[in-house]
Write a protein that binds this ligand. Sequence first.
Ligand SMILES: Nc1ncnc2c1ncn2[C@@H]1O[C@H](COP(=O)(O)OP(=O)(O)OP(=O)(O)O)[C@@H](O)[C@H]1O
Ligand SMILES: C[C@H](N)[C@H](N)CCCCCC(=O)O
Ligand SMILES: [Mg+2]
Length: 222
Amino acid sequence: MTAFFIAGTDTEIGKTFVTCALLHAARAQGRVAVGMKPIAAGADMVAGELINEDAARLRAAGSFDPGLALLNPYCLKSPIAPHIAAAEEGVAIDPAPILAAFAKLQAQAELVLVEGVGGFRVPLGKSYDTADLARDLALPVILVVGMRLGCINHALLTAEAIQARGLQLAGWVANQVDPAMLRFEQNLEALTERLPAPLLGVTPFQADGNAAGAAAGLRLPE
Ligand SMILES: Nc1ncnc2c1ncn2[C@@H]1O[C@H](COP(=O)(O)OP(=O)(O)OP(=O)(O)O)[C@@H](O)[C@H]1O
Ligand SMILES: C[C@H](N)[C@H](N)CCCCCC(=O)O
Ligand SMILES: [Mg+2]
């Protein structure tokens, strides 16, 4: 049984895209792999169930459907900062049911990938944030770097924050979220020289948005 916490340099930089690509890569090796999105903000009614888009994508990319109660314990309606959405909806985000759902997923799968929300330190309540959740889950972290101008600073700060909590940065993925980024190779080199963990792969920009197409160049940490 293996599991990783998937952190990102920001929101909308490809955490879900890369998590799905990693699930496809693991399944191609014959591993039973599922994704988890403990807290999602932004949901629509689809076929009678309230569902978040990330949760739907992770559900479709996994080896099996564990059900939304385990895959996405907290589904908030508004696509805003989760502590604000939770307050508006009268919800208190409690780590206990998240840890319980994670334990159940771990019992069913060889690999569980837990996607965070936004960047690494997104508040979930008055005194609890996503970094606290990664620490409570006690998971090694995979950092998704959304390759665009500004990502070097974001990546280095995030690596520091991960290490400051005693968590292991197991690796990072360079996700080509902006196909027009100038000097891509030099940026990749700057990150490779400075990040204290192995590069697990570069996920190219997929014009069709299909994460499975980006799985080939990826490896999971040992
Ligand atoms: N390599 C890529 N090629 C093509 N499209 C991509 C790529 N990476 C990300 N995208 C697209 O960019 C958008 C943002 O990506 P994604 O939803 O994975 O971000 P995120 O970091 O998970 O955001 P959030 O913080 O909301 O969870 C999505 O529409 C996704 O399909
Ligand atoms: C709704 C959006 N797609 C994300 N799920 C939430 C991102 C919250 C970011 C909060 C912040 O750091 O300012
Ligand atoms: Mg996402």
